[in-house]
Design a protein around this ligand. Structure first.
Ligand code: FES
Ligand SMILES: [Fe+2]
Length: 372
């Protein structure tokens, strides 16, 4: 599974750890603190980077079975993704044709989705199939189905376009440039664990940037992550997407072993960031998604942290990994982003990105270019 890619990553990380270096960019750069507070920019970011860009909202494994569904919320839009008896994948706005209430919650297996308000029910192809007191409604049933959205499960991830007019082709090809790096991770076979939702008093870019450098490990995560992880990272770009990998301490000892004896998964974490800033973390056992979106104003964001497990028999173990990572993120990383927002809003000083934070630089450049 993934052997050559993993082997190359391990070899590069051994080099970095042994030489006590990390992948760097050519120079340090700065960004104006106004990009975290400006309302016009914020509106453009919402429009261009989120509402008009396909978004990864989950793993294909969560809707792998016939007659299954999953729900999510993205940019305030309730979404339901279904797979029908024939295996056809669809996505809809999770809003009933009667008055707009949700027709599904959570995820699971069902042949029909039924609105909790007055009981209208829908087949997994979005058509209305049941309407209590049907004779009280003049609207034709065929006009009352769910509103469809473009969706794809290529690369084992669920990618959705938030507007009906985003073309299916754009959604289908959104992850093409990084698809090969995802092969072998079997995202289509992973099982749902849990999703946590956070409302954060920090601009979404500050929150995404939390997961783009190891420079903060020694301080912010001194007693949690730092004792076990190295901060030496290796970095790659795949079109608009990026990858930053870092290792568990002791990886350099693998240099003494034959490469054929190296593990099939990186002993560490691989942080893939897919455009416009969704993190797909792969660790030795499982995977997590950190999805960040703009909140109601520039200084706020909404974060979804989801975990999945590879093997249902090891669900407890996976849950522990998920909780460990999730707790560090919630109690150490997110408060740091809130402090940065408060500080930048008050001082109006520049935001400085060092040579040793190349992934942070890559993303600030991408976001800037998208808006120009
Ligand atoms: S809002 Fe769904 S049945 Fe009334
Ligand atoms: Fe962190």
């Amino acid at each position: 599974m993934n052997t050559i890619k993993t082997e190359q990553l391990i070899a590069r990380l051994i080099d970095r750890v042994s030489s006590d270096t990390t992948d760097e960019s050519a120079e340090s750069v700065i960004a104006s603190s106004a990009i975290f507070t400006d309302l016009e920019r914020f509106k453009k970011e919402r429009e261009i980077l989120f509402l008009n860009t396909p978004q990864v909202i989950g793993y294909a494994g969560e809707v792998a079975q016939p007659d299954s569904y999953l729900t999510a919320e993205c940019m305030g839009i309730p979404i339901v993704v279904t797979r029908d008896s024939d295996g056809v994948l669809r996505a809809f706005i999770n809003a009933c044709g009667h008055r707009g209430a949700k027709v599904a919650e959570g995820c699971g297996n069902k042949k029909r989705l039924t609105c909790g308000f007055h009981g209208w029910s829908y087949a997994l192809d979005g058509s209305l199939v049941g309407r209590p007191k049907d004779d009280c409604f003049a609207s034709d049933r065929s006009q009352c189905g769910l509103r469809a959205l473009p969706v794809s499960d290529k690369s084992g991830l669920i990618v959705v376009g938030l507007r009906s007019d985003i073309s299916q082709q754009v959604v289908d090809h959104a992850l093409d440039d990084i698809a090969e790096e995802f092969s072998g991770f079997d995202f289509d076979k992973l099982h749902t664990l849990e999703t946590r939702r956070y409302e954060v008093a920090a601009n979404w870019k500050l929150v995404v940037s939390l997961s783009h450098e190891g420079y903060h490990f020694a301080n912010l995560h001194r007693d949690s992550l730092a004792p076990m992880m190295t901060s030496h990272g290796v970095v790659d770009e795949f079109g608009l997407h990026t990858r930053w990998a870092f290792a568990l301490k002791g990886i350099e000892k693998l240099a003494e072993k034959e490469r054929t004896l190296w593990p099939s998964r990186l002993p560490g974490a691989i942080n893939h960031t897919v455009y416009p800033g969704t993190l797909i973390v792969v660790n030795p056992g499982d995977s997590q998604i950190i999805r960040v979106e703009p909140g109601a104003k520039p200084e706020t964001s909404v974060v979804y942290f989801s975990g999945v497990c590879t093997d249902l028999d090891k669900r407890e173990e996976s849950m522990q990994t998920y909780i460990f990572g999730g707790d560090i993120f919630a109690t150490e990383d997110l408060p740091a982003a809130v402090q940065c927002q408060q500080g930048l809003s008050a001082s109006k000083k520049d935001f400085i990105i060092g040579k040793n934070e190349p992934v942070v630089q890559m993303w600030f450049k991408r976001w800037q270019e998208a808006l120009e």
